[in-house]
Design a protein around this ligand. Sequence first.
Ligand SMILES: NC(=O)c1ccc[n+]([C@@H]2O[C@H](COP(=O)([O-])OP(=O)(O)OC[C@H]3O[C@@H](n4cnc5c(N)ncnc54)[C@H](O)[C@@H]3O)[C@@H](O)[C@H]2O)c1
Length: 343
Amino acid sequence: MSKKVLVLATSFLDSLVSHPAKEGQAKKMLDELAENSNGEIEIIYRCERNPEEPLRVEEFENITAVIADLEKYDRKLLSQVGVKAGGSLELIARYGIGYSSVDIKAATDYGVMVTNCPGCNALPTAEWTHSTILDVAGRRISLYRTASQGKPKEGPSRLDISGKTLGIIGTGLIGKLVLKLMKGYETKVIAYDLYPDKNWANENNVEYINMNELCQTADIITLHAAATETIITREQIDLMKQTTILVNCARGILVDYQAAYNAVKERKIWGYGVDEIWQDKSLPLEGLNIIVSSHVGSDTDKGKIGMQIMSTQAVVDFMKGKTPQYIVRLLQNKELGKKEEAK
Ligand SMILES: NC(=O)c1ccc[n+]([C@@H]2O[C@H](COP(=O)([O-])OP(=O)(O)OC[C@H]3O[C@@H](n4cnc5c(N)ncnc54)[C@H](O)[C@@H]3O)[C@@H](O)[C@H]2O)c1
């Protein structure tokens, strides 16, 4: 029986406007894999599948590897489709960096390897973060609403960025690139990370401090931690200033959105920018300095090329019996995306 690779990443086959020469490169890699397998490997594209829809066990019949978007792989599903549970699934190649949509512990328990694509879309996401910081500082959405309705400006003036204190939570690839892009503003930079990079801090005049101190001190707080739980709760938000700009272009879950909403509404912080769809209809955004976007940080041609080729490379390596380069492993009961040199 042939082994099947399922492609669920929604933008896997998208056209590339600014890098047309790279268009279809990942698909070619999969085509070659199938062609050279004497009919043993089959590729199935279901890119139109909505990642919000819960996965069903039947979708994984004879599927060995999946190129996964943000659909949820929870313990219940993995306990039915994983190879150690009598299913066929052996590899989830995440199409992106984050893997909060996959229960890594359950994947490990049921014999499913998980890979990700560190760095593939870091620059586009840093650019989006930069623009979100400026838009929250400038109350751009509120100003757009009034101006587009032919009305004069309302509310307080814009906030300056230059010379302020920038607080970066999570100083991995994206956090570092955000600092690089923000250098022209001559901000003082403070940071928090579970694993501080002291060399980088010395070279860039960055001071690592603890999270609560950062929340108290920073004027602009930007989140880039690869965490899978809420790390900015009401307690941290209560420490912030009335003029704090809070931006989360990592994962929605990192911030207690209800606490952020209330703080903006009650004018306890300046504004909140988050690169996630706002799901809670009971908290209307109209008139508030809260900017949301539909997780588009990496959604540029450059970001897509990176995700397409890196996730595909993981599948090709795995199907050829090689160890993929970027495996998400459990470390002291915490998941960390670690660069693994292929052995
Ligand atoms: N908006 C988007 O479209 C988009 C695109 C790409 C990545 N992301 C998200 O951006 C985040 C960062 O990506 P990256 O490529 O810079 O990752 P990275 O692995 O290079 O860096 C993440 C950093 O977070 C730190 N960290 C992990 N848990 C932490 C915690 N609880 N508190 C403080 N620091 C912690 C790690 O030590 C590491 O330095 C990820 O959450 C990823 O999912 C979003």
